[in-house]
Write a protein that binds this ligand. Structure first.
Ligand code: ADP
Length: 206
């Protein structure tokens, strides 16, 4: 079982934020609905894992490559029927050989510093559309990788603020109330430290 933020606070693995830096004052039961996990997303037995795909949806490197390798060739066959996906949007497939039941493929923006606000909107849209699709299918447990922060070059701190804010907004919305757990998945130690620093600003210990 992946620990919740409340458990991470209790274990002393997540430090309460500086009150002056808090983005929100209360997290309430959100602390029981959000997790941080370090490792491969392909190991998670959840209703859906999110794939940081490209617009072709036909596979690639990074987390996309790991997901296709673990899910098997039938995933590629289903992806071919989807005819790609627009940046900021998402499409769902079955999980095939993965322990996860479904894969939600979303396409993050390729980062450009001249268009950073537009990139932030597109990145937020990836998280929102993925959760909308999950909610529409009554999926309760969903895991996200750090979308766009690998090959697509999004600065990981900026991307983490966007991700944590958008997920918080959705979980506290009416449609989001049926989602029981969101797991943020980090791969590197560096990304884990960044998530640990930024999570308490959006999900404070109350
Ligand atoms: P993008 O093209 O959207 O930037 P990448 O796959 O290159 O996507 O990187 C997105 C994030 O996924 C990065 O933080 C990368 O370290 C991470 N990542 C790579 N492999 C895995 C994996 N197996 N499970 C979870 N995260 C992964």
């Amino acid at each position: 079982e992946v620990p919740t933020l409340r458990q991470l606070y209790r274990l002393g693995k997540l430090a309460p934020a500086d009150p002056a830096a808090l983005r929100y004052k209360h997290a309430g039961n959100l602390l029981d609905r959000v997790s941080l996990y370090q490792g491969t997303i392909t190991a998670l037995e959840v209703d859906a894992i999110v794939n940081a795909a490209n617009r072709s949806l036909l596979g690639g490197g990074g987390v996309d490559g790991a997901i296709h390798a673990a899910a098997g060739r039938k995933l590629l066959a289903e992806c071919r029927t989807l005819h790609g996906c627009a940046t900021g949007d998402a499409k769902i497939t079955k999980g095939y050989d993965l322990p996860a039941k479904h894969i939600i493929h979303t396409v993050g923006p390729v980062y450009s510093s001249e268009d950073s606000e537009y990139c932030a909107d597109l990145l937020a849209s990836c998280y929102r559309r993925s959760m909308e699709i999950a909610a529409a299918k009554s999926l309760k447990h969903i895991a996200f990788p750090s979308i766009s922060t690998g090959v697509y070059g999004y600065p990981v701190e900026d991307a983490t603020h966007v991700a944590l804010d958008e997920v918080r907004n959705f979980l506290t919305s009416e449609t989001g109330s049926q989602i029981e757990r969101v797991i943020f998945v980090v791969w590197s130690d560096h990304d884990k430290e960044i998530y640990e620093d930024i999570l308490p600003l959006y999900y404070p210990l109350d």
